[in-house]
Design a protein around this ligand. Structure first.
Ligand code: 4AD
Ligand code: MG
Length: 432
């Protein structure tokens, strides 16, 4: 019977004999002793292999081990204040499963090299912990929506339409015609709410982002929701609740992992300790002018630098609403109270992590949608099916998309979004 390393610490298994399977994280010999730091998916533990406590084969195997060799070990758990976690395993048997070759990952290697050997660097403590946190975030998204009675609805990935503008579409050969990889499930979600009601999904999303930034991927995962009868205020509240819930889930389960990653956990706790304010775009411009001496012309989108500077004034995420209609996607409706503004929102994370959620009420005015499409240079005929949704039993509805990697990046405090997905895809990075 094998146990795992995490269980030894969780159950304080001092004084018991255990069997473990895993890999060598570090390896050092010292006379009649071999010290191996062993890892499995649940943690790391120090092993001491003493020549006079094991048979000849075990002693040879323990000496022959490379970093990242796989092995099985049997031994007694003893308390040792100097060992990481306070326990050490004193081996009674050690058996190599695969010695392999000397492992190429050493310390102080460049970011690019680590991306080249991503298939091996995945084994690092850092990526292991981030990917475990990512798993908790995605499980949290399902839990959040399932508990609220939403139905999971999966979109197609090949699509004939743009949702977020033609310039970031990935074109693919689809038999003898061209199609695109999806930029958002939204248009299909808008068709599904008529039967399924409130729906959500977490799905791969593709954007041909040509800029190299620390927050854009060409392939990322978006968690989206769409609901009939909801207006802008309603969905903004759902988004605030969801983000708070996800951070709580991670704090509950991963406080130690966050600390390992160097995250200031108190800042994260503070970020969800108060309600997130909602601020209009035009108020943001005012704050930037008065408190940051920054002039932004009304009508210009907020860039990274403006998003960073506005967040100097908030410790929690904020929701910015009512961006200029002029620069918004075709499906975002004008506010009847101010025809220059759209009923839409972005949520910005604190500490300069920028936009994590984008959403809106949806236009149900066919003329308005057609004008928007024309302005974006789209062919109306290709969107007839979407316009149909406004012809048969149309209802007010709204939705939003949350960038999974953006949220994981903020929660983990990662410098680059590439750390939050196993095999990142950007313009410059597509292998392995
Ligand atoms: O703001 P966006 O473009 O909104 C939409 O796609 C809507 N159709 C969603 C909806 O209303 N159902 O994207 C939503 C979120 C952004 O706030 C951001 O967090 C993330 O998706 N995102 C990206 N994440 C990583 N890399 C990229 N290139 C991203 N583009 C958007
Ligand atoms: Mg956006």
């Amino acid at each position: 019977m094998f146990t795992d390393i995490g269980t030894i610490f969780a159950k304080k298994m001092e004084g018991t004999e255990v069997s473990l399977r895993g890999w060598a994280h570090r390896h050092r010999t010292s006379g009649k002793m071999v010290f191996v730091t062993m890892r499995d998916s649940t943690g790391i533990i120090q092993l001491a292999v003493k020549q006079d406590k094991v048979d000849e084969k075990s002693w040879k195997d323990a000496n022959d081990t490379y970093v990242e060799s796989s092995f099985m070990v049997k031994g007694n758990v003893v308390k040792d204040e100097r060992a990481p976690g306070g326990y050490e395993l004193q081996a009674t048997n050690f058996e190599l499963v695969s010695k392999g070759e000397p492992f190429p990952v050493a310390k102080d290697l460049s970011e690019e090299y680590l991306l080249d050997i991503r298939h091996l660097w995945l084994r690092s403590q850092k990526l292991t912990k981030i990917l475990q946190i990512r798993s908790t975030v995605i499980a949290g998204i399902h839990e959040f929506f399932q508990k609220r009675g939403y139905t999971l609805f999966d979109p197609p990935i090949f699509t004939p339409n743009a949702c977020e503008g033609g310039s970031t579409l990935f074109e693919v050969q689809y038999f003898d015609r061209k199609m695109y990889l999806t930029q958002s499930w939204q248009l299909y979600a808008e068709a599904a709410i008529f039967s399924l009601g409130k729906i959500y999904d977490v799905a791969p999303t593709f954007r041909a982002e040509k800029s190299k930034t620390s927050r854009h991927l060409a392939e990322f995962w978006m968690a989206e929701m769409e609901a009939p009868w909801m207006n802008l205020d309603d969905v903004v509240q759902v988004a605030k609740d969801e983000v708070k819930f996800l951070v709580e889930k991670v704090l509950e389960k991963h406080e130690e992992d966050l600390k390992f990653l160097g995250r200031d956990v108190e800042k994260l706790r503070k970020a969800i300790s108060k309600p997130f304010p909602t601020v209009k775009y035009s108020e943001v411009l005012k704050i930037l002018e008065e408190k940051e001496q920054m002039q932004v012309e009304w009508g210009k989108d907020l860039r990274t630098v403006e998003e960073e500077r506005i967040m100097n004034h908030f410790e929690t995420p904020i929701v910015v609403t009512h961006y200029p209609k002029e620069i918004m996607a075709f499906y975002k409706p004008v506010d009847p109270k101010n025809k220059k503004e759209a009923l839409c929102f972005d949520m910005l994370a604190p500490e300069g992590f920028g936009e994590i959620v984008g959403g809106s009420q949806r236009s149900i005015d066919i003329k308005e949608i057609e004008e928007g499409l024309k302005k974006e240079g789209e062919k109306i005929e290709k969107y007839q099916w979407y316009l149909d949704l406004r012809k048969y039993g149309s209802v007010p509805h709204s939705g939003y998309g949350l960038g999974v990697e953006r949220v994981v990046r903020w929660i983990c405090g990662s410098d680059n979004i590439k750390d939050t997905i196993a095999f990142p895809r950007t313009m410059a990075r597509f292998e392995p």
